[in-house]
Ligand binder design. Structure first.
Ligand code: NDP
Length: 676
């Protein structure tokens, strides 16, 4: 049987004369191929990523990398039928394959759009606001993110051979860090197909993705301070890798997502006949059967009020009886096989530990009717529902990584919060209730033990993405037993691949380093109004000063009448006098910003296309009748949009009164045309 090739150092490499570890078809038991990385120089693989992939990625902007992710998503989408076909051999139904394949493509798309929307077109990514550090304003600081100059090694679990590598690749790639993909043995043949599609697309810079079709060998011995490891799999392997001497000695960033005894809690209000009861039951059955329960987020512990336990068990049994187990390609099959016979044995072993203290209320761990396949050659298992009492230790300790869940009755919300914590840290939990008090108490009680919590009720059920779906925008990971790591979480996942540094300097130096104008640094005022400049001609620091303009009582009265804003502080002298902030009638804040616009705008048609908002508007000093306003507007941040004829310009706006006191501060956001 042939050994699969690894994609390393710019080519496909197949080791000669080695046996390798077999991968088998989960449905037929037939051998698909073997895995081996013998003879691959792991130090050179890591170095190739650092020396070839890293510089190529860092030469691109966030927006360019985001465009490549988008293009890759499109390419994989076009070829997804090829992935579905291979996916069936992992035991996955078409629905499961979509979860894995389309879910992974979806992560690429979300990161592509986050990159374009939220990250700068050029220059470093800034973290937070400028920190003033001195009275005179000559010493300030800014946190900036720069990409780590190492490789991101991803060690994946067998249950999501496409989604796993893609959810780790997307944030690393967007950050500018090359990736080495190591799949889990049982389903590596599907990851190999995914990587073949990625490589064949020719879209990604050389060295940005490498693939090991087999063990990592001595790769970890060659990792450095700038590398990272993202692991998904068992808690025991996580522990072993986390304490690897090189990782420890060199403080290599390590994030783990390990096994997790996720719970779903039915609220006391959700009695039979309520929509929440039905939602709870359907969700539990879905989580038991999608991917044959081999989901790190699946519900292992179903906590239900003691009074509803019988009804829940009955309803779940009813639905599980409709599940058809078998060859995913056979008509009518709704649940496929586990990833392999070894995995089935592992689940059966876990079930033995569980059934010492729990009663089987549905399914037979040893036997199942199978449609369209041989029940013994394929890794088929019946869904198994257990029922246990809250004090059963095994329920809170043993994860049966298959279509297995245990119903556990509870007597009070305080008790269920304590029971949830006995899982020692979980990836995902859900609370199904229509009672806001229950939702608040339970969510805030169990949150310290969870990475993500879903509150499900009749209001959000239709659009809810469900208990078991990690979302790229949200944190995926959990404390304690769940590994203590965090993946995705929108831009948090990108930041994880970057170094955050605090840069302390003068405002001018910070402007030069970040490419953004920093308050306190030099402004450029010329005869040419900045609104006459196209995007390419504008520079950070380009400034227009408008005013002064006197604010009169009749201005304020006119504004009040015109807009209908007749708030007492502007019109009623007696009431305004009693107001501790004003002491007398004052101008409307919105009048101030309207006057400011009138002072800085250049009215003739030109490259400024639109004003699309203001950010961070603050009114700082009340404007009294007779005050004179001056506005200073300075180009702060200039972001071309890659595929548009315009870009965004953020302007710093400061309005001061005749004494030079700041009256209002804000950012004005405009769209400005490119030349031609
Ligand atoms: P493992 O922890 O054995 O394997 C996970 C990954 O780690 C695989 O890619 C594996 O490679 C790799 N690996 C194992 N040992 C090493 C090592 N010394 N150095 C480098 N890489 C290593 O988990 P399994 O896949 O066997 O699953 C076991 C259990 O883990 C499941 O039954 C379940 O409880 C839990 N699990 C949790 C998941 C989650 O998402 N949280 C997902 C999957 C499983 P290889 O396959 O080549 O050995």
């Amino acid at each position: 049987m042939s050994v699969f090739a690894s994609y390393v150092r710019g080519g496909w490499v197949t080791p000669d004369g080695v046996e390798g570890r077999p991968m088998t078809d989960a449905v037929t038991g037939e051998e698909i191929g073997r895995l081996a990385t013998d003879g691959i120089d792991m130090a050179a693989v890591a170095e190739y990523g650092r020396r070839t992939g890293g510089p190529a990625l860092r030469a691109l902007s966030f927006h360019q990398r985001a465009s490549l992710l988008k293009a890759l998503a499109g390419h994989l989408r076009e070829h997804r039928e090829e992935l579905y076909a291979v996916s069936a051999r992992t035991g996955a139904t078409k629905g499961d394959a979509k979860f894995d394949v389309d879910g992974g493509i979806g992560v690429l798309q979300v990161y592509a759009s986050l990159g374009k929307r939220e990250l700068p077109a050029s220059g470093p990514w800034l973290d937070g606001d400028l920190a003033p550090l001195s009275r005179g304003g000559t010493f300030v600081a800014q946190h900036v993110y720069t990409p780590l100059q190492g490789v991101a090694v991803q060690v994946n679990a067998y249950n999501f051979p496409c989604w796993g590598p893609l959810e780790k690749l997307a944030p690393a790639f967007l950050a500018g860090v090359p990736t080495i993909i190591k799949p889990a043995t049982p389903t590596a043949f599907l990851t190999a197909e995914l990587v073949r599609l990625i490589v064949d697309s020719g879209l990604l810079p050389e060295g940005s993705v490498q693939f090991l079709a087999g063990s990592t060998g001595d790769l970890f011995d060659h990792l450095t301070e700038q590398d990272l490891v993202s692991f998904t799999g068992s808690a025991s392997t996580a522990r072993q890798l986390r304490t690897h001497p090189v990782l420890a000695a060199r403080a290599v960033r390590f994030t783990a997502e390990a096994d997790s005894l996720n719970c779903s809690i039915l609220g006391p209000d959700a009695t039979p006949g309520t929509p929440e009861f039905d939602l709870y039951v359907s969700q539990l059955v879905t989580e038991m059967t999608v991917k044959a329960g081999q989901k790190c987020t699946a519900i292992r512990r179903a906590f239900v009020p003691a009074a509803q336990a019988d009804a829940v068990v009955e309803a779940v049994r009813g639905k599980l009886a409709e599940v058809v187990v078998g060859d995913p390609s056979a008509e009518g099959v709704t649940m496929g096989a586990l990833a392999g016979l070894e995995q089935r044995e592992e689940v059966r072993r876990s079930l033995k530990s569980l059934t010492d203290a729990a009663e089987v209320v549905f399914g037979d761990p040893e036997q199942v009717d199978v449609r369209g396949a041989d029940a013994e050659r394929g890794a088929f298992l019946s869904p198994v529902l257990l029922r246990a009492t809250a004090d059963s230790a095994a329920v809170h300790e043993v994860e049966a990584f298959g279509p297995v869940s245990t119903v556990v009755p509870y007597s009070s919300t305080a008790e269920v919060i304590e029971l949830a914590a006995r899982g020692q840290g979980s990836l995902a939990g859900s609370v199904v209730t229509a009672d806001p008090d229950v939702a608040r108490e339970v969510v805030l009680g169990v949150a310290p033990w969870h990475g993500r919590l879903l509150v499900l009720d009749r209001g959000d059920a239709k659009e809810s993405t469900g208990h078991g779906s990690p979302m790229p925008q949200l944190v995926h990971g959990g404390p304690g037993r769940a590994g203590g790591g965090e993946e995705m979480g929108g831009l948090r996942g990108v930041a994880h691949h970057m170094q955050r540094s605090a840069i302390q300097a003068s405002p001018d130096m910070l402007s030069a380093i970040t490419g953004r104008w920093v308050p306190g640094s030099a402004r450029t005022v010329t005869d040419e109004h900045p609104f006459r400049k196209h995007l390419e001609d504008l520079r950070p620091g380009d400034t227009v000063v408008g005013g002064p303009r006197r604010v009169t009582e009749s201005d304020v009265e006119h504004f009040a009448e015109f807009t209908g804003d007749t708030f007492y502080a502007h019109l009623d002298a007696e009431a305004a006098a009693a107001n501790p902030f004003f002491g007398e009638r004052v101008a409307h804040g919105y009048l101030v910003v309207s006057f400011a616009a009138g002072l800085f705008v250049d009215p003739a048609p030109g490259p400024v296309l639109a004003n699309f908002g203001v950010d961070n508007l603050r009114f700082l000093t009340p404007v009294k009748f007779g005050d004179e306003l001056t506005i200073t507007l300075t180009a702060k941040d200039i972001s071309p949009r890659a595929s548009a004829a315009y870009g965004e310009v953020r302007w710093d706006a400061e309005v001061v009164n005749g004494d030079g006191e700041p009256v209002a501060k804000y950012d004005v956001l405009t769209l400005v045309a490119k030349r031609g």
